[in-house]
Design a binder for this molecule. Structure first.
Ligand SMILES: [Cu+2]
Length: 621
């Protein structure tokens, strides 16, 4: 539950709301001489509006000293508060109940708003206004409904005019946990919506009270109560005494003219329509809580009225509550996965899950991982081997695995929905093929690739040739898998070349410089570097200092000696592999790094001379 600072703020808010409500409830029934329906009105509204409800109660309604309630509540602004409280208590209860139910059912947001309006109006008019007030106002239930209709219509319209856009924008903003009634944020948004609704509905309530279209606050003293009030004036024993000045018990004689009523009602309807319709200009109100509820979007992502649910889910943060294991800097990725022999088949088991992975001291990402490592474990086998890989999915979404660059049966190739049904959570898929090629390959997710591979679902696959070519040998070897990350406000998003999804961290084998490996060798020795383009949406011109390297293989294919060439930079694009051989000519610290400056920083910060896609070759004499 606690994954963002707002969650802690909300806990504080709701503790205050409950404490405020407890106080108001206690004081209402202990000390305050007013009709029961108003007591409950204030209690409900304080629950929704927290300390603000308490403030209104103390300033406008709480009897300051015994016997003074009648006089205290007289000012019009207080009567207006009472009238609005009354409306909000009924309407907001209906709206909130409807919001929780519609979210659970999974109705589109625009239907949610309409249902909420109808429910709020119905609850306010038919139950709170007409039923609960009946005993006070006298008359039959139907008469009360008829009499309350216009004031209720006006007040509800203004209230929804304020509450609807507040709910829409906050529920469908960046943190769409606000759409889920199981999240504290949902209730926070409801609270905020009620406050906005109260503010918008208040002026019309002041007018209606002044024109005696609506009741404001009232005093009602019973025998038991008045007995305790020694100095109480205007107390008639045994009979409920309601109303100050013109608020008589039976109905209210209003002096509002027809044009005045029509004008206010018309403007209230306009406010309602505006509040309900305007958000549709910016938000995709066709979406439901079931589709996108719970998703948290990256800051800066462009979300407009046409952004589909699938686009949002693709770019959403990894839910930190899905993390099943945490790893520090002592755990490496790209570890050799020993094969198990079943007959003459080499069997590997790959399990996907959500982990927390450390890329720098104190900097962790929430990642999708094979076997709890970033990159996934290194698969090593020989040309001609029969290989079986059991992939079990423990992600909160489906996945598949593609064996990049391999010649194999189509059904083993991995693309979701194209050669196979995606692997559901808890399910396993058995990939099996014979390795006909050799060289540097890799495997990666092929279901929502832009999301899953960008979150860590990839690993090296090195296939040893049947016959070793001495020209491709080196004294040392290093395999280098690249990745971009987007880490904001403690949440990890898949980095993409899209607005709001640009990466701010970069890793070689799951670590950013200065936490990357250091390669140690001596002058005169050779180093074979296998660059693997496991990076998902960005090209990295990988450069080695201290002299050129020879490119000896590309995408697993050994270059003919005449095709091998010298360079000091290779553009490692997504999916590409380069095997290069570098000779240490001089002693010292020589860098391997991406030549896009930003990719050699950590969140735009240089530490110890760089960051991100950078590592050191330490060459001794
Ligand atoms: Cu780069």
């Amino acid at each position: 539950m606690f994954i963002q600072p707002i969650d802690y703020v909300l806990v504080g808010w709701f503790i205050l709301a409950v404490a405020s409500t407890a106080y108001v409830g206690w004081d209402q029934f202990q000390n305050n001489p007013e009709p029961t329906v108003m007591k409950w009105g204030f209690i409900l509204v304080t629950l929704y509006m927290g300390p603000l409800g308490l403030l209104l109660y103390v300033l406008a309604d709480k009897e300051p000293r015994p016997g003074e309630h009648e006089q205290f509540i007289e000012p019009l602004w207080k009567q207006g508060v009472g009238s609005t409280i009354h409306c909000v208590a009924g309407d907001a209860t209906g709206i909130i109940l409807a919001a929780a139910v519609t979210a659970a059912i999974g109705l589109p947001m625009w239907i949610d708003l309409i249902v909420e309006y109808v429910a709020g109006f119905a609850f306010g008019l038919l139950i709170f206004q007409s039923l609960f007030m009946k005993s006070m106002m006298g008359g039959t239930y139907v008469e009360n409904v008829r009499r309350s209709f216009l004031p209720e219509f006006i007040s509800m319209n203004f209230m929804m005019g304020g509450m609807a856009p507040t709910m829409a924008f906050l529920m469908m903003g960046r943190d769409m946990r606000a759409m889920e009634p199981t999240e504290l944020l949902f209730w926070g948004v409801m609270s905020f919506g009620v406050i906005a609704g109260f503010v918008v509905a208040y002026p019309s309530n002041v007018w209606m009270v002044a024109r005696r279209l609506k009741h404001g606050l009232m005093t009602e003293r019973t025998r038991a109560h008045s007995a305790a009030v020694h100095e109480g004036h205007d107390v008639r024993h045994g009979q409920p005494q309601t109303g100050v000045h013109a608020h008589s018990q039976h109905g209210i004689a209003s002096d509002a003219t027809r044009p005045q009523r029509a004008a206010v009602a018309g403007v209230s309807a306009l406010a309602l329509v505006l509040g309900m319709v305007a958000p549709a200009n910016w938000l995709n109100l066709r979406l439901s809580a079931r589709e996108v509820g719970g998703a948290i979007m990256p800051p800066g992502m462009i979300m407009d009225r046409n952004t589909p649910a699938a686009a949002m889910l693709d770019m959403a943060a990894v839910d930190p509550r899905d993390v099943v294991a945490r790893f520090g800097l002592d755990t490496r990725g790209d570890r050799d996965l020993p094969a198990r022999l079943e007959g003459d088949v080499r069997v590997f088991d790959l399990d996907t899950s959500v982990i927390r992975w450390t890329i720098l001291p104190g900097i962790t990402v929430d990642a999708y991982a094979f076997n709890g490592q970033i990159p996934g474990p290194r698969l090593r086998f020989r040309q001609g081997d029969r290989v079986r890989i059991n992939v079990t999915n423990h992600l909160p979404e489906t996945t598949t695995v593609h064996w990049h660059g391999l010649v194999l049966p189509n059904v083993m190739d991995g693309p979701a929905h194209i050669t196979q049904a995606p692997i559901e959570n808890g399910q396993r898929y058995r990939y099996e093929f014979t390795a006909t090629q050799s060289g540097t390959y890799f495997y990666h997710s092929h279901d929502h690739v832009d999301r899953q591979q960008a979150l860590g679902l990839y690993g090296a696959m090195l296939i040893e040739p049947r016959e070793v070519d001495p020209g491709l040998q080196a004294d040392h070897e290093y395999t280098l898998l690249l990745q971009e990350w987007l880490l904001r406000e403690g949440l990890t998003y898949p980095a993409m070349p899209m607005e709001g999804a640009m990466p701010n961290y970069f890793t070689i084998n799951g670590r950013a410089y200065p936490s990357t490996d250091t390669i140690r060798m001596r002058v005169g020795e050779t180093l074979k570097v296998r660059f693997i383009g496991s990076n998902n949406g960005f090209i990295h011109p990988m450069h080695i200092h201290g002299g050129p390297f020879q490119v000896v293989a590309k995408d697993g294919q050994t270059l003919q000696p005449s095709a091998r060439y010298f360079a000091d930079t290779v553009n490692v694009g997504p999916g590409e592999r380069y095997d290069v051989i570098w000779r240490a000519l001089r002693p010292g610290k020589w860098l391997i790094h991406c030549h896009i400056g930003h990719h050699a920083t950590n969140n735009n910060v240089e530490t110890e001379g760089g960051g991100g896609l950078m590592m050191v070759i330490a060459v001794a004499e």
